[in-house]
Design a protein around this ligand. Structure first.
Ligand SMILES: [Cu+2]
Length: 627
C-alpha cells in the first residue's frame, strides 16, 4: 500500500513537475511561434495626378499610400527594400519595438546609413510581444516619408480575440500630405527661408485622395461602403509631414479602443485629434439613415497663424451605406469637427485616453524612478558663420541642444570605434529656468551638437517635457520615441510644477504611446522602463562570455545602440528637435542586443542625398569655421 502510494505520488510529481510544465512550455512556445512574412518593397518614381496636375514622386510598389503589412501578434516580418530611385533612403517601422534589434530601426544617420540607389537592404522587423493594433512604416531620410509610407496591421494572435466584441468588418484610413509641384524645390525653398513661414502641406489626403472640397478632387474621392447595423473597426494613421489633424465622421460617434499598437479603455467621442506618427483604432456602428456621410480631416493649428500660414483645405472621404435609396446631392458634413485653432478641443481630447489595464493587457508603469529628466522643447535660433558672415537661422532644440546629424550612423560609428561622432552628455535639465510659457522672454541661443543620453538596462525613466514660447513661435510638438512605448502619466497647461503636478499623475491606467503631443503652453510627463538594449559591442566574438569579459575590461565601450527621440513634425526634426537614447545591455544574452545583420548599408560611400538639408548645411558651415 505504501509503495502504491509512493508510486501514486511519484506519478503526481511527474505530472506536476515535469509533464504540466512541459505542456505549458509547449503551449507557450506554440503561442509565441508566429508566422514569418516576407515582403518586397520596390522604391521608385511613379506619376500621380492630384489637384489638377500630374507629377512624378517616389513610392513603394507604385502605390500611395504604400502597401499594408498585415500580420498576427507574434509574427516576424522581413522586408527587402530595393532602391530603384536616384537618392539614398532608409525605412523606419514606426512604433515597432524592434526588441534587441536597433539594426533594423532605420533612422538615417542614427542606426544606419542610406540604402544606395541600385542596391537593396533587408529589414528584420521584430514586434514587441505585447504589440497589437495598428502601426505604420515610413522613410526616415530627408522628407521622403511624405510619399513613402504605409500601415501595419497587427491582428490578435490566432486563437485569441480583441478585448471588445469582434467587429463585423474593418477599414483602414491613412491621412497624409500632398505637396503640389516639385517636392524637392518646395522643400529647398523652405529650408532656405530664414523665417520659416512659406511652406506647408498643400493639401491633406485620405487614402491618397484629397476629396470633394478641393479642385479636381471629386471624381476619385475615397469611398468606404458599409452595411446598415454593423460595427466596424476603423484603423486611422496620421502620416502627415507637419500637421496634427482633427478627424470626424458626420453623424457617427467614434469609440476609441486602441492607440499606437496598444488597447485602450473604450472612449466615445464625436471627433479625434491625431498627431503625425500616431495611430488610432476606433469602432463605428452604422446605425444612421441610409445615406452618404463625409469623413473629414482638418488641420489642427497650434502655431501663431499671423506668423505662419496654414492649410485651410479640409480633406474628405465618404462613408456610404449600401442599399436602394436616392443618393444625396451632397454628403452631410461632420458639424463636430473642431475648427483650426480650437486648442481646448485639441488638448481636451488627449485627456480622454486610458490604458485598458486588464490581466490580458496589463500596464507596468515604472514607480521607482531612477533617471529623471526635465526637457524643454523649443523653437529658437542658432548663429553660425557662413563665408565670413554671421548668420542667424531658425532652429529647434531639446534642452537648448540643436541636434546635428553625424556624418556616419551613431550605431555603426561605435561598431567601428570611431570617436568624435557624438558625445554622451545630453543634459538632463535646461541650462536656465524662466517663465517657459511666457510671451516675452528673449530667446537663448541653442547649441549645435550631437549629444545623446545613456541609460542603464532596466533604468526607470521619467521625462517631463516642457513646451516653451521662445520667439513666440511655439506649436505643439508630437514627440516620438523609437524602440519603446511609454506611459503618459501626466499632462497639463502652463509651467510644470515639480511639487504639485506629480500629485496628479495617473499611475493606474495611463495611456501607452509611442508618440505624444507636448501641448502648446503646457507640459507632458512620460515614464518607461529602459529594457530594450540598443547596445552591442562584441559582436565579433563568438559567444557571450567574450562579451562579458569585454564588458568587464572595457565597460566604456559597452554601449552602441541608439533609439532616436524626436519631434514628428519634420520641419522641427530637420531644425534639430531630436536626440537619442543609448540603452546598455543587461547582464544576460537575453537582455542584450542581437548581433548585427551580415550586411549593413555602407557609411563609407557618402549617399547621394536628395537634398542638402539644414543640418548638412550647418555641418558644412562648421567645417568652414573650424578650418
Ligand atoms: Cu515640434
Amino acid at each position: 500500500m505504501k509503495s502504491k502510494e509512493m508510486m501514486g505520488m511519484k506519478k503526481m510529481r511527474f505530472l506536476f513537475e515535469v509533464l504540466v510544465p512541459a505542456l505549458l512550455t509547449g503551449m507557450l512556445a506554440s503561442m509565441a511561434e508566429g508566422r514569418t512574412h516576407y515582403y518586397d518593397f520596390v522604391l521608385k518614381e511613379t506619376n500621380f495626378t492630384r489637384l489638377c496636375s500630374t507629377k512624378s514622386m517616389t513610392t513603394v510598389n507604385d502605390s500611395f499610400p504604400g502597401p499594408v503589412i498585415r500580420i498576427h501578434r507574434g509574427d516576424l516580418v522581413y522586408v527587402n527594400v530595393h532602391n530603384q530611385d536616384d537618392f539614398g533612403v532608409t525605412i523606419h517601422w514606426h512604433g515597432v519595438k524592434q526588441t534587441r534589434n536597433p539594426w533594423s530601426d532605420g533612422p538615417d544617420h542614427i542606426t544606419q546609413c542610406r540604402i544606395q540607389p541600385g542596391t537593396n537592404f533587408t529589414y528584420k522587423v521584430i514586434f514587441g510581444e505585447d504589440q497589437e493594433g495598428t502601426l505604420w512604416w515610413h522613410a526616415h531620410s530627408d522628407w521622403t516619408r511624405a510619399t513613402v509610407h504605409g500601415a501595419i496591421v497587427i491582428l490578435p494572435t490566432q486563437g485569441t480575440t480583441y478585448p471588445f466584441p469582434k467587429p463585423d468588418g474593418e477599414h483602414l484610413l491613412v491621412l497624409a500630405s500632398w505637396f503640389a509641384g516639385d517636392f524637392n524645390e518646395e522643400y529647398e525653398e523652405y529650408l532656405s527661408n530664414q523665417t520659416g513661414t512659406s511652406f506647408d502641406d498643400i493639401a491633406f489626403t485620405i487614402n491618397g485622395e484629397p476629396g470633394d472640397l478641393v479642385a479636381c478632387g471629386g471624381e476619385t474621392t475615397h469611398r468606404w461602403l458599409v452595411d446598415y447595423g454593423k460595427t466596424y473597426l476603423l484603423r486611422i494613421v496620421n502620416v502627415v509631414v507637419n500637421s496634427e489633424l482633427f478627424f470626424a465622421i458626420s453623424e457617427h460617434n467614434l469609440t476609441i479602443v486602441g492607440t499606437d499598437g496598444t488597447y485602450t479603455k473604450p472612449r466615445v467621442t464625436s471627433y479625434i485629434m491625431i498627431a503625425p506618427g500616431q495611430t488610432m483604432d476606433v469602432l463605428i456602428t452604422t446605425n444612421q439613415s441610409l445615406g452618404h456621410y463625409y469623413m473629414a480631416a482638418r488641420q489642427f493649428v497650434t502655431f501663431d497663424p499671423s506668423i505662419t500660414g496654414f492649410n485651410n483645405m479640409t480633406a474628405t472621404a465618404i462613408l456610404q451605406y449600401r442599399g436602394n435609396y436616392p443618393p444625396p446631392d451632397v454628403p452631410s458634413f461632420p458639424i463636430n469637427l473642431p475648427l483650426f485653432h480650437d486648442l481646448d478641443s485639441g488638448l481636451g481630447f488627449l485627456s480622454l485616453l486610458r490604458s485598458l489595464a486588464t490581466p490580458e493587457h496589463p500596464v507596468n508603469v515604472p514607480l521607482n524612478i531612477t533617471t529623471r529628466m526635465f526637457v524643454t522643447a523649443s523653437i529658437n535660433k542658432v548663429n553660425y558663420t557662413f563665408e565670413g558672415t554671421e548668420v542667424s537661422h531658425f532652429a529647434a532644440s531639446l534642452n537648448n541642444i540643436t541636434f546635428m546629424d553625424p556624418t556616419s550612423s551613431i550605431l555603426l560609428a561605435y561598431y567601428r570605434h570611431t570617436s568624435g561622432v557624438y558625445t554622451t552628455d545630453f543634459p538632463d535639465y535646461p541650462p536656465s529656468y524662466y517663465n517657459f510659457t511666457g510671451d516675452t522672454y528673449p530667446p537663448p541661443m541653442s547649441v549645435l551638437a550631437t549629444k545623446v543620453k545613456v541609460l542603464n538596462y532596466n533604468e526607470s525613466v521619467e521625462i517631463v517635457v516642457q513646451w516653451t514660447n521662445l520667439l513666440g513661435q511655439g506649436a505643439d510638438h508630437p514627440l516620438h520615441l523609437h524602440g519603446y512605448t511609454f506611459y503618459v502619466v501626466g499632462m497639463g497647461r502652463g509651467n510644470f510644477n515639480n511639487e504639485t503636478d506629480p500629485k496628479g499623475y495617473n499611475l493606474v491606467d495611463p495611456p501607452e504611446r509611442n508618440t505624444i503631443t507636448v501641448p502648446k503652453n503646457g507640459w507632458v510627463a512620460l515614464r518607461f522602463l529602459a529594457n530594450n538594449p540598443g547596445t552591442y559591442e562584441c559582436f565579433l566574438r563568438d559567444h557571450f562570455q567574450g562579451c562579458r569579459n569585454l564588458f568587464i575590461n572595457h565597460s566604456q565601450f559597452f554601449f552602441t545602440g541608439v533609439w532616436l527621440w524626436h519631434c514628428h513634425f519634420d520641419r522641427h526634426l530637420i531644425w534639430g528637435m531630436d536626440t537619442a537614447f543609448i540603452v546598455k545591455n543587461g547582464e544576460t544574452p537575453e537582455t542584450s542586443i542581437l548581433p548585427p545583420p551580415a550586411y549593413m548599408p555602407s557609411c563609407a560611400v557618402q549617399s547621394l542625398i536628395r537634398l542638402e538639408d539644414f543640418q548638412d548645411s550647418v555641418e558644412l558651415f562648421n567645417e568652414i569655421n573650424v578650418n
